[in-house]
Design a protein around this ligand. Structure first.
Ligand code: GLU
Length: 300
């Protein structure tokens, strides 16, 4: 089912990579899909670097990602947001969740609960291990449930976050967790449309609970096709992890391939055309309805 966008003059989209390394084919497809979805309706497209986890962020990756996006013609609007500068905003959100009884401290180690499959909420009534350093978890049993939303590609979704577990929103090392940071920034930046990889679809229930608990409005969601290899199997991180170049000539066929993976049927004659020409064509012809939930590997 499709949610019409033509009547959406204030579209704000975003690309929110974690700068743990250069963009690879999987993240390029997400960037191209979200850029086209925004630009096709004259919307804004923001770049946010989700650098909340210093040990995972590799030096120079943030700059390299910017160069890669420029090489592929994926221009963004306004200043880049860095999540590493947003501590106060995340703390304020956590304080509100604590006040609302939606967050609690927990010192359990993964080893202790992993046989359950997900963290079952042992510390909801008070920390089991008060002597340990505490993380903060979301109380999924107090959030909206089941969580339902309409994904523009995957259709009606209905998931019960209590069965996914009380996710960590602040880590015991004091680092902010993705679930909280992404929700706070999407709301703060007035993002209307979240277009991102399929791998994040099952994170959405926690994010919807957090949005409701914090009084934020609901963005539209479009999770992009799961990319399958020639053998019909999900492409592994390894396959998708090939770094893409930041050289203009080499970028051209890769952009063509990314458009194919988004089921946009780019004309073969444009395969080696400058990225600006390929994007202009793809933007005029952007058709999210042409996407199917799984995408085969590009043909050429
Ligand atoms: N930072 C996340 C990632 O690189 C993506 C966040 C999002 O699009 O919601 O996987």
């Amino acid at each position: 089912m499709t949610v019409p966008l033509a009547s959406t003059p204030n579209y704000i989209g975003r690309f929110a990579p974690t700068p743990s390394g250069p963009l690879h084919m999987g993240s390029l497809v997400a960037a191209v899909g979200s850029w086209l979805d925004a630009r096709a309706v004259g919307g804004r497209w923001l770049l946010r670097l989700e650098d909340i986890d210093p040990p995972r962020c590799s030096p120079g990756a943030a700059d390299q990602i910017q160069r890669q996006l420029e090489t592929f013609g994926l221009t963004w609007d306004g200043p880049i947001r860095y999540q590493s500068e947003r501590n106060d905003a995340y703390q304020a959100a956590l304080d509100r969740l604590i006040a609302a009884g939606m967050a609690y401290p927990c010192g359990c180690s993964r080893r202790e609960w992993q046989h359950e499959g997900y963290y079952p909420g042992w510390c909801r009534q008070g920390p089991r291990h008060p002597e340990r350093v505490q993380a903060w978890r979301l109380r999924t049993d107090r959030g909206i449930q089941p969580v339902t939303w309409q994904d523009r590609l995957f259709g009606h979704q209905c998931l019960d976050p209590t069965r996914q577990g009380d996710v960590v929103i602040k880590r015991k090392e004091g680092l902010w967790a993705y679930q909280l940071a992404v929700v706070v920034d999407d709301a703060d930046q007035n993002v209307t449309d979240i277009v991102r990889g399929f791998d994040l679809l099952d994170n959405t229930p926690w994010q919807r609970q957090l949005q409701v608990a914090l009084g934020y409005s609901e963005p539209r969601y479009l999770h992009l096709p799961l990319i399958l290899g020639d053998d019909g199997q999900k492409l592994s991180k390894q396959n998708l992890a090939t770094a893409i170049p930041d050289d203009g000539e080499l970028a051209r066929p890769l952009l063509h391939q990314a458009l194919q993976l988004l089921d946009q049927r780019p004309p073969r004659t444009l395969r080696l055309a400058p990225v600006a020409d390929q994007l202009a064509h793809a933007c005029r012809n952007w058709s999210p309805d042409s996407m199917s939930a799984t995408s085969g590997r590009a043909q050429d």
